[in-house]
Write a protein that binds this ligand. Structure first.
Ligand code: ADP
Ligand code: ADP
Length: 228
């Protein structure tokens, strides 16, 4: 369902971040993306939701080629892909409920449907009781769970997470991992860039290792493979 064919990305400053990657990821897979800092992990992930455009090569999400997708079709495509970041990116003046509802209000769902969908995803991340809170009133782990709820409220086919546990203590990181695993078991493909060696080596999944903008390892039940 996700396919990269000989993908290259050079930034305008001529940094060559991705240098000829071809991979395919099936529906329902859970994939860790690992590698040293500066290896190209974030760029690899940004290419998958058209935050960046490849310099060369094709990137298919099902039949949609992100490399040639017109600007006006990006919002519709983005609804098929949920994204979660290390720093949560919640809107600080909106309640938890409103942060999650936001993604549905832009597509003009009716209020009863929005309410049901928001409460359903808050249930999945075990935070229905925090619907009225502001992001600041929540712990880091809770904020990340809200960001995950927001990312999945449109039922995307793919959930992309760029270092989702990077700002969290180990126990909280495991809670986030449990939720991502649960979402994956409900049928969503999950792609997670991470430096969390313990998680990668304990909850065995496919591991794609990137170094110097190339795939240097791709293992079905892989390990982290680096010291830290
Ligand atoms: P990682 O996520 O593995 O740390 P990145 O994809 O962030 O790697 O970065 C890969 C390379 O691309 C690095 O050399 C980085 O400095 C460079 N880079 C990343 N983003 C940009 C950008 N917006 N403009 C220029 N260079 C960038
Ligand atoms: P449940 O009965 O399933 O727990 P509720 O409808 O009682 O769900 O709502 C739970 C929380 O969600 C309440 O704290 C409420 O403030 C919040 N909430 C529900 N709907 C909205 C809405 N449309 N706007 C803002 N907050 C809402």
């Amino acid at each position: 369902m996700i396919k990269m064919n000989d993908v290259w990305k050079a930034y305008p400053n001529n940094v060559k971040a991705i240098n000829g990657i071809s991979i395919s990821i099936d529906k329902g897979e859970f994939v860790y993306v690992v590698g040293p800092s500066g290896a190209g992990k974030s760029t690899f992930i940004k290419l998958m939701y058209r935050e960046e455009k490849p310099t060369k090569g094709d990137i298919f999400i099902d039949q949609t080629n992100l490399a040639t997708l017109k600007e006006k079709h990006i919002p519709k495509m983005r609804r098929r892909i949920g994204v979660v970041f290390q720093d949560f990116k919640l809107l600080p003046t909106l309640s938890v409920y409103e942060n999650v509802a936001f993604a549905l209000e832009v597509i003009e769902e009716n209020q009863n449907i929005i309410k049901r969908k928001v409460m359903d995803v808050l249930d999945i991340v075990h935070l229905k009781n925090k619907a009225r809170s502001l992001p600041d009133e929540l712990s880091g782990g809770e904020q990340q769970r809200i960001a995950i709820a927001r990312a999945i409220v449109n039922h995307p086919e793919v959930l992309i997470a760029d270092e989702p546990t990077g700002n969290l203590d180990p126990d909280t990181a495991w809670e986030i991992m449990d939720i991502l695993d649960d979402i994956n078991h409900r049928g969503t493909t999950v792609i997670m860039a991470t430096h969390n060696k313990d998680i990668v080596n304990t909850i065995k999944k496919r591991v794609i290792a990137i170094e110097g903008g190339r795939v240097v390892r791709d293992e079905v039940r892989g390990s982290y493979g680096y010291e830290a």
